[in-house]
Design a protein around this ligand. Sequence first.
Ligand code: LLP
Length: 421
Amino acid sequence: MDHFLYRDGALYAEDVPVADIAAAVGTPFYVYSTATLLRHYQLFDEALAWGDHLVCYAMKAASNVAILKTLAEAGAGMDVVSGGEYLRAKAAGVPGSRIVFSGVGKTEEEIRLVLEGGIRQINVESEPEMQAISKVATSMGVSVPITIRVNPDVDAKTHAKIATGKSENKFGIPIARAREVYAMAAALPGLEVVGIDVHIGSQLTDLTPFELAFAKVAELTEVLRADGHTIKRLDLGGGLGIPYSRSNEAPPLPSDFGAMIQRTVGHLGCEIEIEPGRLIAGNAGLMVTQVIYVKSGEGRDFLILDGAMNDLIRPAMYEAHHDIVPVQEPAPGVEQHTYDIVGPVCETGDTFARGRNMPPVAAGDLVAFRSAGAYGAVMASEYNSRPLIPEVLVHGDQYAVIRARPTFDEMINRDTIPQWL
Ligand code: LLP
């Protein structure tokens, strides 16, 4: 469910007409709904209400400080994967005690940064990384809570580029080697083992792979406890998928996910952390663009938009589907038209959809990409020297630009010309 609905013939973001925002900030832009963000966070929070838990928003999905602050004020923790994300979380007022640090290649500089600023736990991904954390922590005279990310070797049944839980993926340590690696952690100074971490992939639309992975984690918990380790916290990652197409998808709900977690690991008495990103932010955001031209090609019509692959890379990168809808509500019963929907960037990969049926639109019309709140703005680039597009946050009948569009000068002046030129 989201808060982008047609009302009196026009698409609204909560109580604000999307066309009003377009008139004020220009196109293309991203717009997020506060109510949708909060609702999705609350669904997870309620799904885990049966026990001690913390929902750590995977801020890689959408990391604008205003979005982080919105969620943090509702009680969310944050899952960060870089020093930059850690500093964003801090800028949003999130205390270190609610931030977990994930990622396969944490540098010593990043480790020092989070130890100085405070961290709930570091999720360790390899032995060399564990040694680096131990070294930095002892040099600072502190002890840091850690979990070790195990790779359970389960098939997440998702797009190959976003599956992480098979043994051939770069993530975590093989679960078969967990006892050995936990023994090593226990022997290293500056580390306090507190639990186990797992994350098997993103956009999972079936609970079975999660359940297989969590059952393995439950088994491992007992084994590690018998070995004398303290396992009091389980970080079960993110990955729950969202319906990208309203017509035919119905992935499991957060409540189903929470009940499955209770079933698989609830008996262990551990504090549960989860790291959802996409389900919180995905359907809380639109990318709004304007039609530049409708061009008749050989046997097809191209809808040429002012938004492009540099603004929303998911279709080009993962063949991802986004529903694309006119901002002005189509008349009831209007006949659909078939378009290839493209951006102006100079490569064929800049195609959002081929042979897409949608209500007819004309040059100058606004169209909105649904489900663009996660992995949209954060993956944007300035390819073709197209400035990053602005982000807008709606709250009831108010809205604010939460990241302004850079001017061309601002974009160009980030370059410097060396003294020999
Ligand atoms: N935790 C860890 C350790 C992760 O690597 C990820 C996502 C998450 C949590 C959050 O997963 P989510 O709940 O959002 O599925 N750019 C891709 C998705 C990459 C996901 C990377 N890791 C896309 O646009 O589909």
